[in-house]
Ligand binder design. Structure first.
Ligand code: SF4
Length: 462
C-alpha cells in the first residue's frame, strides 16, 4: 500500500521554511514518499512559499506556471503530479491560489503541516483542499521524526524550530499575520528532538524562531523557560558541539541571554540581531520598540560578555518618511558596530500592514540610491571583519566536499564558509584551521597541527 513515491519540495525564504520542508518530508516518509531533487520526476511537488519579499505572490504564480507545464508533460505520459502550495503565501492567499492557478491540488498554511497526509488524500480524490487555519493543537506534536538516514543525508548542521509567530507587529512586516501569535514549544520536546539529531551525527544545532529570543516554552519544572535556559539544556546534550539561534529582536535580549554568550562555550560567537534603521524617528515609525542607543547598548553588553562576537543584521532603507538625515544615521550605525555582514532591502509596502498606508512613501530612485550606499558600507565592514581573520587559528566544522578534489568546506565559529584541503573522512569533524587567505566572502585555510577547542581570541574584533 505504501509503494515508493517521489516528493519534490522547493523552499523559498528563511531557514524556518527549510526546517518546515524537512518536517513535511519526514511526515510523508511513512506514506512511502522519498525526496527527489527533480520536480519533473516527482509524484508530489510542494512549493513552500515565503511572503517577506516584494511581489512574493506573483513569484509563486510564475513558478506555478512552470510546474503546470511539468504536470501537463507528465499527464501526456499517463503520470499524475499532485501540486501543493504551502507556507506564508498559501496562508495569505488561501483559495485565491486555486482560483488563479487551477493546476494546484492543495493549499495549506504553516500551521497545518501535520495534517498533510489527510490533506493529500483529499487532493488525490480531487477535492482541492485549502487549510489555512490556526488550529489549537500543536502541530509539532503530530509531525513525524526524521529517520536516522534522513538526518545523515541532511548534513552535520541542523535547524530546530523552537518558537513560531510574532506579537511585535512592526509596521512593515507580514509575519504576525501569516504566522500568527507567538507560540513556543516545550523544552522536553525540543531536547528529545535535539538528542535524536545528535545521536544521528549532527554536531551543530541552530534554534529557530521568527522571534526566537521571545521563547517562553514550558520548562522541565513546568514553569516557562527563557531562551537562555533552553540553550543551557541543549548545550548539555552529548554530541552537540555548536549552538546558534536566530532570529532575535533587540527588545528581547535580556541579561541572561547576553550572559549566556560568555558562559556557554558551545554557543558560537555570532549573532544575527536585526536593527532595521539607525534613526530613532524611523524606528518609532516602524514600531520597533527600541532606539538606536538601546541597540548600541545591547551590542556593548554582548561584546563585554563575548569580546569576539561577530554581529550580523537586517536593514530596510526608504521606509516612509525616511529623510537623508535619517539614512545618514543608519550609515553611521553600520560604521559604529562593524557588522560581519547584513541583509539589506528597499522598503516595499505589504498589503494589510500599517506601513503600506503611511504618508511620505520614498520614491524608488532614492531607495535604490540609498540601498547602494548602504550595501557598499556593509560590504566594507564585512571585508574588514574577514581580513581580521587572516592568520588566526580557530575551529572549523567540516560540512561537505568543496569545489575541488581534496577540498572540504566548513564553517568558522563566525559562520563564514572556510575552504580547506582535507580528507573527505573529516566531514562532520571539528578541527583547528589557520586562515591563510581571504577572497571575496570566503576564507581559505590549512589544518593547524594542534587542535584548539576554543576559537582563539587573538586578533579578534572588527
Ligand atoms: S519582530 Fe520581526 S517578525 Fe515580528 S513583526 Fe517585527 S520584523 Fe516581523
Amino acid at each position: 500500500m505504501n509503494e515508493s513515491r517521489k516528493l519534490f519540495v522547493k523552499s523559498f525564504g528563511c531557514q524556518m521554511n527549510v526546517y518546515d520542508s524537512r518536517r513535511m518530508a519526514d511526515t510523508l516518509a511513512p506514506q512511502g514518499y522519498v525526496e527527489t531533487p527533480a520536480a519533473d520526476d516527482a509524484d508530489l511537488v510542494i512549493l513552500n512559499t515565503c511572503h517577506i519579499r516584494e511581489k512574493a505572490a506573483e513569484k509563486v504564480y510564475s513558478e506555478l506556471g512552470r510546474v503546470r507545464r511539468l504536470k501537463e508533460a507528465a499527464a501526456a505520459e499517463g503520470r499524475r503530479i499532485v501540486i501543493a502550495v504551502a507556507g506564508c503565501v498559501a496562508q495569505a492567499e488561501g483559495e485565491e491560489i486555486i482560483r488563479r492557478a487551477p493546476t494546484v491540488d492543495l493549499v495549506f498554511g504553516p500551521q497545518s503541516y501535520h495534517r498533510l497526509p489527510q490533506l493529500l488524500a483529499g487532493a488525490e480524490r480531487g477535492d482541492k483542499p485549502v487549510d489555512t487555519e490556526f488550529p489549537l493543537d500543536d502541530k509539532f506534536d503530530h509531525l513525524a521524526a526524521p529517520s536516522t538516514a534522513a538526518v545523515r543525508a541532511r548534513g552535520v548542521s541542523a535547524f530546530v524550530t523552537v518558537q513560531e509567530g510574532c506579537d511585535k507587529f512592526c509596521t512593515f512586516c507580514v509575519v504576525p499575520y501569516t504566522r500568527g501569535a507567538e507560540v513556543s514549544r516545550p523544552v522536553d520536546k525540543i531536547l528529545a528532538e535535539v538528542a535524536q539529531l545528535a545521536s544521528a551525527g549532527v554536531r551543530e544545532i541552530t534554534l529557530l524562531g521568527q522571534n526566537v529570543n521571545a521563547y517562553h516554552g514550558d520548562g522541565l519544572n513546568g514553569r516557562p523557560s527563557s531562551l537562555a535556559q533552553l540553550l543551557e539544556h541543549v548545550s548539555a546534550i552529548d554530541g552537540v558541539e555548536r549552538l546558534r539561534y536566530t532570529t532575535s529582536h533587540p527588545r528581547d535580549m535580556d541579561g541572561h541571554l547576553i550572559a549566556a554568550h560568555g558562559a556557554l562555550p558551545k554557543l558560537m560567537p555570532q549573532l544575527h540581531l536585526p536593527v532595521q534603521s539607525g534613526s530613532d524617528r524611523v524606528l518609532a515609525a516602524m514600531k520597533r520598540r527600541h532606539t538606536c542607543a538601546d541597540y548600541l547598548a545591547i551590542v556593548s553588553r554582548l561584546r563585554a560578555a563575548r569580546p569576539d562576537l561577530a554581529l550580523t543584521s537586517d536593514f530596510i532603507v526608504g521606509f516612509p518618511g525616511e529623510t537623508e538625515a535619517d539614512f545618514a544615521q543608519t550609515l553611521s550605525l553600520v560604521g559604529e558596530v562593524g557588522f560581519s555582514g547584513a541583509f539589506s532591502f528597499k522598503y516595499s509596502p505589504r498589503p494589510g500592514t500599517p506601513g503600506a498606508d503611511l504618508p511620505d512613501q520614498v520614491d524608488e530612485e532614492t531607495k535604490s540610491e540609498r540601498l547602494h550606499r548602504l550595501q557598499t558600507a556593509i560590504d566594507q565592514s564585512q571585508a574588514e571583519f574577514n581580513r581580521s581573520c587572516l592568520g588566526r587559528t580557530f575551529e572549523v566544522l567540516f560540512e561537505k566536499p568543496g569545489r575541488y578534489t581534496s577540498q572540504l568546506v566548513g564553517r568558522s565559529p563566525y559562520l563564514q564558509p572556510v575552504q580547506v584541503t582535507a580528507p573527505a573522512a573529516m566531514i562532520g569533524e571539528i578541527a583547528a584551521v589557520t586562515i591563510t587567505e581571504v577572497a571575496s566572502n570566503s576564507l581559505f585555510g590549512t589544518l593547524a597541527r594542534a587542535p584548539a577547542r576554543e576559537p582563539s581570541l587573538a586578533g579578534a574584533g572588527a
